[in-house]
Design a protein around this ligand. Sequence first.
Ligand SMILES: Nc1ncnc2c1ncn2[C@@H]1O[C@H](COP(=O)(O)OP(=O)(O)OP(=O)(O)O)[C@@H](O)[C@H]1O
Ligand SMILES: CC(C)(CO)[C@@H](O)C(=O)[O-]
Ligand code: BAL
Length: 279
Amino acid sequence: MLQFSSLSDIRQHTEMLRQQGKRIGFVPTMGALHEGHLTLLKAAKSQNDVAVCSVFVNPVQFNNPEDYRLYPRLLEKDAQLLDQEGCDILFAPTAEEMYRQKAKLSFDFGDLERVMEGAHRPGHFNGVATVVSKLFHLVKPHQAYFGQKDLQQFAVIQQLVLDLSFDLELVCYPIIRETDGLAMSSRNRRLNPEQRAIAPRLYESLQFLHDKLQTTPIAEAKKQTEAFLASFSEIRLEYLEVVHAQTLQPLDEVTEDVPTALCLAAYLGDVRLIDNMLL
Ligand SMILES: Nc1ncnc2c1ncn2[C@@H]1O[C@H](COP(=O)(O)OP(=O)(O)OP(=O)(O)O)[C@@H](O)[C@H]1O
Ligand SMILES: CC(C)(CO)[C@@H](O)C(=O)[O-]
Ligand code: BAL
């Protein structure tokens, strides 16, 4: 596996690959890799000539400095895993290298970012759009792979690709879960044993909400699910929403013809986790 940290090196190398007619599959990550990331990598590898993975904990998408400071950083182990999985190129720049020029451009995704993650993490999607745009320019992928776990992020990136005419295909893969249902996430590493034991209740609450919605209006079903979560003192719910799966706007009712997603964010101690379920 080749490893680059300099922007000019990755840019030159992917330029050469393009000239050779190679198809590039790209998986952007923030590292501390798990099976969710590796599933994306396997797909990128099997559907393209060359698989590129980036590992970069992007400072400008963190609204909470402590979350940035404590984000798991395991670059050596990540590189080993990627090599084992047949990744061709790892791009792992430093923050200084990536933001030698402080990014000044700002994005506004309208209603898409005024709900859920956008509403609770001011500046988050601006930071995501900034780094994803830079990465797309540097890596020049034909296909870029993302996870459904960050459902709103995927919608934002779809908008970004449309608005800026990036010539690539976006691919979204389903959520990979631990055997007890907890959505795999790098931040799970920060949970203490008690928090880790309670964490699967988040997915259970989505299943609970899903069941309630079969017979109960949204507001009441949400209330009952919030009460279910409130019975676990370790969990502090930030939001629980029933939304349109593409626009991410809250729905008044669940109907068969409207793609629907159940989304939540919650804290266990100071670790903030998100999860969702498509109906
Ligand atoms: N459990 C999962 N299943 C499928 N894809 C995932 C999963 N977890 C993360 N991804 C995807 O991997 C890509 C990189 O995500 P990222 O590096 O932020 O990992 P993460 O595990 O989501 O970390 P965290 O949520 O703690 O930031 C994103 O497209 C994300 O949606
Ligand atoms: C897309 C991404 C790599 C941008 O930093 C990040 O938001 C993530 O890992 O989902
Ligand atoms: N996986 C989403 C990146 C973030 O939480 O900042």
